[in-house]
Ligand binder design. Structure first.
Ligand SMILES: NC(=O)c1ccc[n+]([C@@H]2O[C@H](COP(=O)([O-])OP(=O)(O)OC[C@H]3O[C@@H](n4cnc5c(N)ncnc54)[C@H](OP(=O)(O)O)[C@@H]3O)[C@@H](O)[C@H]2O)c1
Length: 292
């Protein structure tokens, strides 16, 4: 049985990833991560009802990726549930938009949350296991607005976590000061884009540090979920009119990175499951990126 943790899986793209894992790979079970246990159980129940063997294949794990204690508790729970088995995969999907959140909390979930989960769960991951970081095209879009120096930093294969951590602290110290971001070569300091660019940089770091695993990042595309529908509602258009796809389609790249044959580790993939550059947008359907 291949056991896979998906964070933020009680709804949206995370739920769709969990559903497709159960549907498309019979030898799998899912640890359905949810920061709220009731929302997690409700989501798990939907999956259990859809699958005759669902009771054995879905287990809710309460995990708030913004909290060290919660992540450590979750890792203990998963370790106990696995017994002598190991995890096959970790999907870092949990994320937040800016909304009413500030830069510190966006970074704490979207970038530090991935690092927190990886630190706690990697000891449970089998050699050859997969880590999929659901980031966003907002990352490369953000990097494309940066100075050559910051662009080089955010795409450097030898970037370290302590450098990423230091950059986050520096950015939090100037949060809201657009000019300060601009003068540091960090575009307009968009919190969401910055958090996803840093999560992509962390993917580079982790892939280098952990060659025994296959570790990549991807964007789901522009998907109709609670995160995006808030904006859609404001513009008075339907999701289709806005060019949004459904969550199951948003799971495509993550599914490929979990079960397919990506080009190694430390890369970023577009929503069409093709490689994309870290420093500029590549539209789905256009030729894949072939650089280093
Ligand atoms: N939708 C898009 O077009 C799009 C585009 C690019 C990238 N993404 C990325 O795709 C991922 C999934 O987003 P989505 O669109 O499916 O959004 P969503 O429907 O809002 O779902 C987000 C999920 O993350 C969970 N979450 C938020 N903060 C958390 C925390 N601190 N700890 C644990 N779980 C937490 C949410 O839990 P609650 O239910 O408890 O809030 C929810 O389960 C995110 O990383 C997002 O940035 C989405």
């Amino acid at each position: 049985m291949r056991r896979i943790l998906v964070t933020g899986a009680n709804k949206g793209i995370g739920f769709a990833i969990a559903e497709r894992i159960l549907e498309e790979a019979e030898d799998t079970s899912v640890f359905l991560g949810s920061r709220d246990p009731d929302r997690g159980e409700a989501a798990a129940e939907r999956l259990r009802q859809a699958w005759a063997d669902g009771n054995d294949r879905v287990q809710v794990v309460e995990v708030d990726v913004a909290s060290d204690e919660s992540v450590d508790r979750a890792a203990h729970k998963v370790r106990d549930a696995c017994g002598s088995d190991q995890l096959y995969g970790i999907v870092n999907n949990a994320g937040i938009g800016l909304g009413s959140n500030n830069l510190r909390s966006v970074l704490n979930v979207n970038a530090r949350g991935i690092q927190r989960i990886c630190s706690a769960f990697i000891p449970l991951l089998a050699d050859g296991g997969r880590i999929v970081n659901v980031t966003s095209a907002a990352g490369p879009n953000f990097v494309s607005t940066c100075s050559p120096e910051q662009r080089a930093f955010l795409t450097r294969p030898d970037v370290t976590w302590s450098e990423i951590d230091a950059m986050m602290n520096e950015c939090v110290a100037i949060a809201g000061d657009t000019e300060a971001f601009s003068s540091r070569g960090l575009g307009d300091g968009s919190p969401y884009g910055l958090s996803k660019a840093l999560a992509n940089a962390y993917t580079l770091h982790l892939a280098r540090e952990c060659p025994q695993f296959i570790i990549n990042a991807c964007t789901p595309g522009f998907i109709a979920t609670d995160m995006t529908l808030q904006h859609e509602g404001r513009r008075g258009k339907t999701p289709e009119e806005m060019g949004m796809k459904q969550p199951r389609e948003g799971a495509k790249s993550a599914m490929f990175l979990l079960f397919g044959e990506p080009e190694g580790s430390g890369h970023y993939y577009g929503s069409d499951a093709k490689r994309s550059p870290l420093d500029r947008y590549r539209a789905p359907g256009t030729p894949p990126y072939t650089g280093d």
